[in-house]
Design a protein around this ligand. Structure first.
Ligand code: AMP
Length: 420
């Protein structure tokens, strides 16, 4: 079990205060590993996806470096650029800068396609420190001479593999050609296909490399199954699952703090010792819960995704998704908590009618069709077979063989929600 704190990463007080406001207590692994190096100006190659805390890993040091230099704003010439493949991601990154930079005087703006360019032009002519943009719109702004990148100090390329999938690499290369040689570069990608590695090599200088939970290796080691069940039957199903003595150390995930408490209470009432951790608990209470779980005094730890970040517990035999995660990427992180250090692990997901679409999104990410367990007493066949259920042939029986390769629907250069 490792818990570090934000106090030892070299971050200045206004940032630490913003982190306290946001109720972040422990850095995620990518934050702990990257922030000190980024503050020293090093390049970074980050193999990480959304859900790992990668945004704060780059946003915090960027805010600090930009604010420390105390340079006046320049019109049309941002000091830092973050390139993101979709407007959703660009917006999300913008939100993060707002959250983390709230006690600092560093400005940022977000520019993406599909909306009027006028506002973005105005923002650029007033001058911003940090520009977050999708490639197409940035090129438009550059071509119209509203953005100049020759003075750029920090360049971040986020989700490079998705840029590739969406056909943006030529645009990205055009943008890169406009960057100065002397700069700090941060490169993030969830996967590293050859084209992406080639691009990274051409951009980075002596980078620090950080890899967190690569999707495929984590997902491959874990035996996964999904149990379709009506929401109202989930608690009873969980109790019935817990009769299996092989579940000796289970990490159960819920979406909300309230649900985490409720599930833990239900288990305790049924003599299954459970602890809950979530953001409303004090650091002391969380430490105690973790200690009880790690030492085997509690058989179950119920956690929310956020509360479970940055903790590493050995010997988890089962991860149970009582509720599917909000973000498909979080699934990979959850199940990665079992099957650590080469040990076998089992991940069981309870999926109700509303969660089927997220299940499909998860399967696309992990490129595996998660086997369906139809043998349990609360199997909701209509959910497994329904319109958003398995297409072609209904549910597959759980066969202990792990997932079958699944051919994902590739994002077909879906420009409708991308830039331009
Ligand atoms: P990201 O991977 O950057 O998209 O972050 C995923 C989510 O985790 C976001 O909602 C962040 O607000 C949250 N988050 C990031 N770092 C931490 C942390 N150290 N503690 C708690 N929450 C975090």
């Amino acid at each position: 079990m490792t818990i570090a704190s934000f106090d030892h990463l070299g971050l200045v007080e206004p940032l630490r205060r913003a982190l306290r406001d946001a109720k972040y207590e422990t850095p995620t692994p990518i934050q702990a590993q990257s922030i000190p190096h980024l503050l020293l100006g090093r390049d970074l190659l980050g193999c990480a996806q959304t859900g790992t805390g990668k945004t704060a890993a780059f946003a915090l040091p960027m805010l600090q470096l930009i604010s420390e230099a105390k340079l006046p704003l320049r019109r049309n010439a941002p000091r830092a650029l973050i390139l993101a493949p979709t407007r959703e991601l660009a917006n999300q990154i913008g939100e993060s800068f707002r959250t983390y930079g709230r006690h600092m005087r560093v400005s940022h703006t977000v520019a993406f396609g599909g909306v009027s360019i006028v506002h973005q032009i105005r923002a650029m002519s007033r001058g911003v420190d940090i520009l977050i943009a999708t490639p197409g719109r940035l090129l438009d702004l550059m071509n119209q001479r509203h953005v100049f990148l020759d003075k750029l100090e920090i360049f971040v390329l986020d989700e490079a593999d998705r840029m590739l999938d969406m056909g943006f690499i030529p645009d990205v290369k055009r943008i890169i050609a406009a960057l100065p040689q002397k700069r700090q570069t941060l490169f993030f990608s969830a996967t590293m296909p050859e084209t992406v590695t080639g691009l990274a090599n051409s951009l980075l200088r002596n980078p620090m490399a950080v890899t967190v939970s690569p999707v495929s290796s984590t997902a491959e080691k874990v035996e996964q199954k999904v149990l379709f069940v009506e929401r109202d039957n989930k608690e009873t199903l969980l109790l019935s699952l817990m009769k299996d003595v092989k579940i000796s150390r289970a990490l159960i995930f819920t979406r909300t703090k309230h649900k985490a408490n409720r599930v833990a209470e239900k288990l305790n009432k049924n003599n299954i010792l459970a602890e809950a951790i979530h953001g409303n608990k004090s650091q002391g209470a969380r430490m105690l819960a973790l200690k009880n779980f790690s030492a085997g005094r509690a058989r179950v730890l119920v956690a929310t995704d956020i509360a479970s970040r940055g903790i590493d517990i050995k010997g988890v035999t089962h991860v149970i998704n009582f509720e599917m995660p909000m973000e498909p990427e979080a699934y990979v992180h959850r199940i990665g908590r079992t099957a650590r250090a080469g040990a076998a692990g089992i991940a069981i997901s309870l999926c109700d009618g509303e969660e089927r679409s997220i299940l499909r999104a998860i399967e696309r990410i992990i490129k595996v069709s998660i086997p369906v367990d139809v043998e349990h007493p609360f199997h909701a066949a209509h959910l497994a077979n329904g319109p958003a259920g398995r297409s072609g042939g209904g549910p597959r029986r759980f066969n202990n063989q792990g997932g079958r390769p699944f051919r994902p629907a590739r994002p077909q250069g879906n420009r409708s929600y991308a830039s331009r």
